[in-house]
Ligand binder design. Sequence first.
Ligand code: HEC
Length: 103
Amino acid sequence: MGLDYYQKPFREIHAKIPEKHSKLGVACIDCHDNKDMSLKVGKEFTVIPALKEIGVDPAKIDRQEMRTVVCGAQCHVTYVIPRDKDMKPIALFFPWQGGKWEI
Ligand code: HEC
Protein backbone atom coordinates (compact mmCIF):
# COMPACT_ATOMS: atom_id res chain seq x y z
CA MET A 1 0.00 0.00 0.00
CA GLY A 2 3.03 2.28 0.24
CA LEU A 3 2.35 5.68 1.76
CA ASP A 4 -1.38 4.97 1.79
CA TYR A 5 -0.77 2.60 4.67
CA TYR A 6 0.14 5.48 6.97
CA GLN A 7 -2.57 7.83 5.72
CA LYS A 8 -5.65 5.62 5.83
CA PRO A 9 -7.77 5.58 8.98
CA PHE A 10 -6.97 2.76 11.42
CA ARG A 11 -10.47 1.26 11.02
CA GLU A 12 -10.10 1.03 7.25
CA ILE A 13 -6.77 -0.81 7.47
CA HIS A 14 -7.98 -3.02 10.31
CA ALA A 15 -11.04 -3.98 8.21
CA LYS A 16 -8.68 -5.65 5.70
CA ILE A 17 -7.87 -8.36 8.24
CA PRO A 18 -10.26 -11.31 7.80
CA GLU A 19 -12.86 -11.02 10.55
CA LYS A 20 -12.06 -14.32 12.24
CA HIS A 21 -8.48 -13.09 12.76
CA SER A 22 -9.23 -9.46 13.50
CA LYS A 23 -8.95 -9.74 17.29
CA LEU A 24 -5.73 -11.77 17.41
CA GLY A 25 -3.26 -8.91 17.80
CA VAL A 26 0.40 -9.96 17.64
CA ALA A 27 0.79 -13.39 16.01
CA CYS A 28 3.50 -16.05 15.92
CA ILE A 29 4.53 -14.93 12.44
CA ASP A 30 5.51 -11.50 13.78
CA CYS A 31 8.55 -13.15 15.36
CA HIS A 32 8.89 -16.66 13.87
CA ASP A 33 9.58 -18.17 10.48
CA ASN A 34 6.52 -20.36 9.87
CA LYS A 35 8.65 -23.13 8.31
CA ASP A 36 11.07 -23.89 11.13
CA MET A 37 10.00 -21.59 14.03
CA SER A 38 13.35 -19.80 14.01
CA LEU A 39 13.15 -16.13 14.95
CA LYS A 40 12.50 -13.80 12.05
CA VAL A 41 11.53 -10.19 11.46
CA GLY A 42 9.29 -9.84 8.43
CA LYS A 43 8.47 -6.16 8.44
CA GLU A 44 9.89 -5.34 5.03
CA PHE A 45 8.85 -1.70 5.00
CA THR A 46 9.82 -0.68 8.51
CA VAL A 47 12.23 -2.78 10.59
CA ILE A 48 14.21 -4.32 7.70
CA PRO A 49 15.15 -1.03 5.96
CA ALA A 50 15.85 0.61 9.34
CA LEU A 51 18.28 -2.21 10.25
CA LYS A 52 20.01 -1.83 6.87
CA GLU A 53 20.22 1.92 7.44
CA ILE A 54 22.39 1.34 10.52
CA GLY A 55 24.56 -1.13 8.59
CA VAL A 56 23.02 -4.38 9.81
CA ASP A 57 22.27 -7.23 7.41
CA PRO A 58 19.01 -8.76 8.75
CA ALA A 59 20.03 -12.14 7.30
CA LYS A 60 23.19 -12.21 9.44
CA ILE A 61 21.75 -11.37 12.85
CA ASP A 62 22.63 -14.15 15.29
CA ARG A 63 20.19 -15.89 17.62
CA GLN A 64 20.97 -13.80 20.69
CA GLU A 65 20.61 -10.58 18.72
CA MET A 66 17.37 -11.78 17.12
CA ARG A 67 15.88 -12.19 20.59
CA THR A 68 16.40 -8.48 21.08
CA VAL A 69 15.28 -7.52 17.59
CA VAL A 70 11.93 -9.36 17.63
CA CYS A 71 10.96 -7.88 20.99
CA GLY A 72 12.75 -4.56 21.25
CA ALA A 73 13.53 -3.32 17.77
CA GLN A 74 10.13 -3.91 16.23
CA CYS A 75 7.60 -3.27 19.02
CA HIS A 76 8.91 -2.22 22.41
CA VAL A 77 10.16 1.14 21.20
CA THR A 78 8.51 4.52 21.03
CA TYR A 79 8.49 4.94 17.28
CA VAL A 80 7.52 8.17 15.58
CA ILE A 81 5.26 8.71 12.59
CA PRO A 82 6.69 11.75 10.74
CA ARG A 83 4.21 14.00 8.90
CA ASP A 84 4.37 16.19 5.82
CA LYS A 85 3.52 19.91 5.76
CA ASP A 86 -0.20 19.07 5.64
CA MET A 87 0.20 16.87 8.73
CA LYS A 88 -0.33 13.68 6.74
CA PRO A 89 1.64 10.68 8.06
CA ILE A 90 4.44 9.73 5.67
CA ALA A 91 6.58 7.05 7.31
CA LEU A 92 7.66 5.33 10.47
CA PHE A 93 10.85 6.19 12.32
CA PHE A 94 12.42 4.08 15.06
CA PRO A 95 14.33 5.80 17.87
CA TRP A 96 17.32 3.55 17.14
CA GLN A 97 17.53 4.63 13.49
CA GLY A 98 20.70 6.64 13.06
CA GLY A 99 22.18 4.82 16.04
CA LYS A 100 24.86 2.13 16.30
CA TRP A 101 24.48 -1.66 16.45
CA GLU A 102 25.57 -2.54 19.98
CA ILE A 103 23.79 -5.48 21.59
C1 HEC B 1 7.02 -10.99 20.15
C2 HEC B 1 7.77 -12.06 19.51
C3 HEC B 1 7.21 -13.48 19.56
C4 HEC B 1 5.96 -13.91 19.25
C5 HEC B 1 4.77 -13.09 18.78
C6 HEC B 1 5.97 -15.34 19.41
N1 HEC B 1 7.21 -15.75 19.82
FE1 HEC B 1 7.80 -17.65 20.11
N2 HEC B 1 9.63 -17.00 20.71
C7 HEC B 1 10.04 -15.69 20.71
C8 HEC B 1 11.39 -15.62 21.25
C9 HEC B 1 12.22 -14.36 21.44
C10 HEC B 1 11.76 -16.94 21.55
C11 HEC B 1 13.11 -17.42 22.12
C12 HEC B 1 13.95 -17.81 20.95
C13 HEC B 1 15.34 -18.24 21.36
O1 HEC B 1 15.49 -18.87 22.41
O2 HEC B 1 16.26 -17.97 20.59
C14 HEC B 1 10.64 -17.79 21.19
C15 HEC B 1 10.63 -19.17 21.31
C16 HEC B 1 9.62 -19.98 20.88
C17 HEC B 1 9.66 -21.41 20.85
C18 HEC B 1 10.84 -22.26 21.29
C19 HEC B 1 11.71 -22.44 20.10
C20 HEC B 1 12.96 -23.22 20.43
O3 HEC B 1 13.75 -23.37 19.49
O4 HEC B 1 13.17 -23.61 21.57
C21 HEC B 1 8.49 -21.85 20.34
C22 HEC B 1 8.05 -23.29 20.10
C23 HEC B 1 7.68 -20.68 20.08
N3 HEC B 1 8.41 -19.55 20.40
C24 HEC B 1 6.41 -20.70 19.57
C25 HEC B 1 5.62 -19.60 19.36
C26 HEC B 1 4.23 -19.65 18.92
C27 HEC B 1 3.46 -20.96 18.62
C28 HEC B 1 3.78 -18.38 18.82
C29 HEC B 1 2.39 -17.89 18.48
C30 HEC B 1 1.31 -18.44 19.26
C31 HEC B 1 4.92 -17.52 19.21
N4 HEC B 1 5.99 -18.32 19.53
C32 HEC B 1 4.88 -16.15 19.19
C33 HEC B 1 9.32 -14.61 20.30
C34 HEC B 1 7.99 -14.65 19.93
